[in-house]
Design a protein around this ligand. Sequence first.
Ligand code: SAH
Length: 206
Amino acid sequence: MATMVSVIRAYGVKEERILAAMSRVRRHRFIPESCGEHDAYGNHPCPIGHGQTISQPYIVAYMTERIGCKPGDRILEIGTGSGYQAAILAELGAEVYTLERIPELAGHARAVLAAEGYGQVHVRCADGYHGWPEHAPYDAIIATCAPDAVPRNLAAQLKDGGRMVLPVGTGFQQLVLLERSGDAFHETPDLPVRFVPMVPGRCGEA
Ligand code: SAH
């Protein structure tokens, strides 16, 4: 755990609050202890079942830093997966709404988040392309699966001044940072990345 945090720091994540949150969340409770031939705290992606993967801890920290997560923020996540990213946001004091399309992953994340004491994370099994309009607008939106283009529908659920970070593209993917100012959206391309695709369809559909 201490090594994981020092690697993230060495990669350039500066915010101490985020490094502290990364050192508090028990990553091995969310993802399988044996991650391939590595352990849960190595700086590499891990399989989380059902053909899905969680990105390396550095990318989790980096995306968290990009949205500028503050205590009291209301945050929407698309792609709950293991629940780890949601736990980091909750550890930073956010109220988290997270959507996952695979029911088994949503169920597992809900159970682990409750057991680890993250009652302010709300998990719903649904298609993230629609967002979660009942709780909009959000201070920030983070997607951990990649659509072909920024879903306008999701951007519309941001508050004025809100920020969204997401991987975009098929094959070549890039993180995109989106900032809302009134009805305008300012897009900044960021790091090249590799995420699983954002797949449309109802909860539980193959
Ligand atoms: N943030 C996760 C990593 C998730 S991997 C973690 O911390 O573990 C990406 C997840 O996005 C996968 O679980 C995948 O099933 C989910 N996903 C893909 N398309 C989706 C969609 N349209 N709506 C909701 N979830 C989706």
